[in-house]
Design a protein around this ligand. Structure first.
Ligand code: SAM
Length: 182
């Protein structure tokens, strides 16, 4: 799908429904990520309809930025959509769009960074200051072709028009607060 068909997609960012593998991902790591070692694969998961919308409410802590909203009622435990970005093994301390996908026992860490490239999932905000708890969660799964991906799954029913909110985790916020205090 081209970004021109996704409402409110920023024109300076590349839109994609598939991950891109950065040069820092070795052949061995790529092989692990692209084929299920256990042979277990998920059934087909159709993404849910979502909408990127600018946040205009003054009380929202991400006021002026964008958020992700349900375009249709989402049932509990549904795969809302994959978190698409650049799969990488280098450090991205400056990125606010980088999620951890996998860590190997030798310490090699694989991330998905949607700062320059991705899909609607990169607009998912944290629940803090918006709702009392998240209504969705980041979780990994294997696609029906065996590729390891991060996705957003609903924890409960999400009504049409409601904001999809996850928890980034305490360490995500404490890392940022520590940086600001330095
Ligand atoms: C992955 S982005 C989320 C999408 C972002 N709102 C946008 O328009 O690009 C993460 C950034 O969103 C903002 N954000 C998300 N949840 C927030 C919250 N609960 N309170 C304050 N800022 C939040 C922060 O600026 C954070 O660095």
């Amino acid at each position: 799908m081209s970004h021109s068909r996704v409402s409110n997609w920023p024109s300076n960012l590349q839109y994609s429904t598939r991950p891109l593998y950065h040069a820092s991902v070795s052949k061995e790591v790529k092989q692990f990520l692209q084929s299920s070692p256990s042979g277990t694969r998920s059934a087909d998961n159709a993404p849910c309809r979502v909408v990127i919308r600018k946040i205009t409410e003054n009380t929202h802590p991400a006021h002026g930025q964008c958020g992700l909203f349900a375009g249709k009622k989402i049932p509990p435990n549904a795969l809302i959509l994959d978190y698409i970005g650049e799969i990488h093994c280098d450090d991205r301390p400056e990125s606010d769009y980088d999620l951890s996908l996998h860590r190997f026992p030798d310490g090699t860490s694989v991330g998905v960074d949607a700062s320059r490239f991705g899909n609607e999932a990169r607009f998912t905000n944290d629940y803090r200051g918006v709702q009392s708890k998240p209504n969705a969660v980041f979780t990994d799964y294997r696609t029906n072709t065996g590729e390891l991906r991060m996705c957003i799954r609903s924890r409960q029913e999400i009504k049409k028009g409601e904001e999809i909110l996850v928890s980034y985790g305490k360490s995500w916020w404490s890392n940022r607060t520590d940086e600001e205090e330095k």
